[in-house]
Design a protein around this ligand. Sequence first.
Ligand code: GSH
Length: 333
Amino acid sequence: MPDAHRIFGIEMSPYSVKVRSYFRYKRISHQWILRNVDTQAEYQKYAKLPIVPLVVTPEGEGIQDSTPILERFEAAHPEPAIHPADPVTAFVSALIEEFGDEWGNKWMFHYRWAREVDQLSSAGRIARAMMPAASDEQQAATAAQIRQRMVNRVWFVGSNAETAPQIEGSFREAIALLDAHLATRPYLFGGRPAFGDFGLFAQLYEAWTDPTPGALIEGCAPRVLDWVHRMLWPRAEGDFEPWASLEATLLPVLARQAGRLFLPWTVANAAAIAGGADEFRVDLDGRSWTQKPQKYHAKSLAALRAKYAVARGASGLDGVLERSGCLAALRGA
Ligand SMILES: N[C@@H](CCC(=O)N[C@@H](CS)C(=O)NCC(=O)O)C(=O)O
């Protein structure tokens, strides 16, 4: 029996990198195992769903889905805590974790497969990671297949001709707002990483490896780039800050990105799933957005609302959520 946890993942998967950073921060003994042709059989023994990351415990239990993975290990390894003691800050961190996983993934996935330059870079890297010993010709053939498959799947995250400018506008605005916020602190909530850092950084790390969004991060958001790199091997450099010192530059991120874009989107998506609709349309910040619903997001919205229901009595929380336009969506119908 191996005495360490095994994380089956790939460098090109934001959720894999998110879990790996968490294990590094917590100093939980682990092996990072590339899921590729050589490890496929071992991966399949434990994976219930065909996704990465997969964590296999020393006892041989397979665990999937990055958010519950972090929550489960946080319960067993509480120090250093990724949840600030202040309940307002802790809830904002949970909201940003969900925002990163679900909305940040649209930036990442859209940019990765929207333009030829990014398609070629990404498909080539995935093919080489999947079959490291194959010939150049075999890798090129696999890269071409991956490229075709993924370009045809970009609609899945809601990327289409109508939404592309909105996704790219959201990305550019988010990195500018985050750059301002990170001017005076190493992590989103102060001197150490929180739950929200893990969810959001992983999407931006992936975006940075792709030519088009990578150039935007390098050119427009140098502090975001430093933070992304810090998050690959995070460590506690100081304490979490109180909400009062975070608010000036973090509230705009919540208001612009969660209050006006992500939350109205996820509420409309959940309603479409509940109503069995094949497609839904919603106005986001005054612009029309149309896509097929995404199932997982309805579940993760319900999980976020359950976290809000627990936190809602905390002094000051509803005021912060009201000022950022997030409250109504979190209260639910
Ligand atoms: N909600 C899941 C999402 C995991 C996920 O979507 N993984 C993608 C890669 S980032 C995947 O494995 N896709 C199928 C594949 O790579 O074959 C999580 O947080 O772990």
